[in-house]
Design a protein. Structure first.
Length: 152
């Protein structure tokens, strides 16, 4: 009797863990598609390590108000922009490297907040909004390769 009750609790714990993993995986996949990361992964997925400047725990917003709060590693060098997520999220968000030639940007503000909106990609452009502070770091790492500002 005691063993059967213990198995039941163990089964419930295992089932709870499996459900949590499945729901999390589906949620991350949905966010990847809604935000546009999945579209960018087709032409811009990177498999080799990125060696330029990187900043961890950064935040950004993509299309349809998809937010990535303090979970991004953002990097830059004269060749392009590097984006990656925490290891656990990389199943549906593989690391990306987007050449500067495929990026334009515009500076914007909302109330008192200033931000930069990148337009990532060629055929389909995905918005990628970051703080003005992070944009300045990326600009410094990109040097003369920094993209031209789009006219608003």
């Amino acid at each position: 009797m005691f063993f059967a009750r213990e198995m039941s609790v163990t089964n419930i714990i295992i089932l709870s863990i499996l459900i949590t993993v499945c729901v999390s995986g589906i949620t991350f996949k949905l966010i990847s598609h809604l935000g546009g990361w999945a579209l960018l992964a087709e032409p811009y997925r990177i498999t080799e390590p990125f060696s330029g400047s990187k900043w961890k725990f950064e935040s950004a917003q993509m299309r349809y108000l998809t937010r990535y709060n303090h979970c991004l590693t953002v990097g830059a060098d004269p060749r392009g922009l590097y984006l990656s997520m925490y290891f656990l999220f990389q199943i549906s968000h593989p690391p990306l490297f987007i050449p500067w030639r495929d990026i334009s940007f515009s500076r914007k503000s909302f109330l008192r907040f200033k931000y930069v909106e990148f337009h990532l990609g060629r055929e389909v452009t995905i918005p990628f909004r970051i703080s003005d502070r992070l944009a300045e770091k990326l600009k410094s790492a990109a040097g003369a390769s920094w993209p031209t500002e789009a006219l608003s």
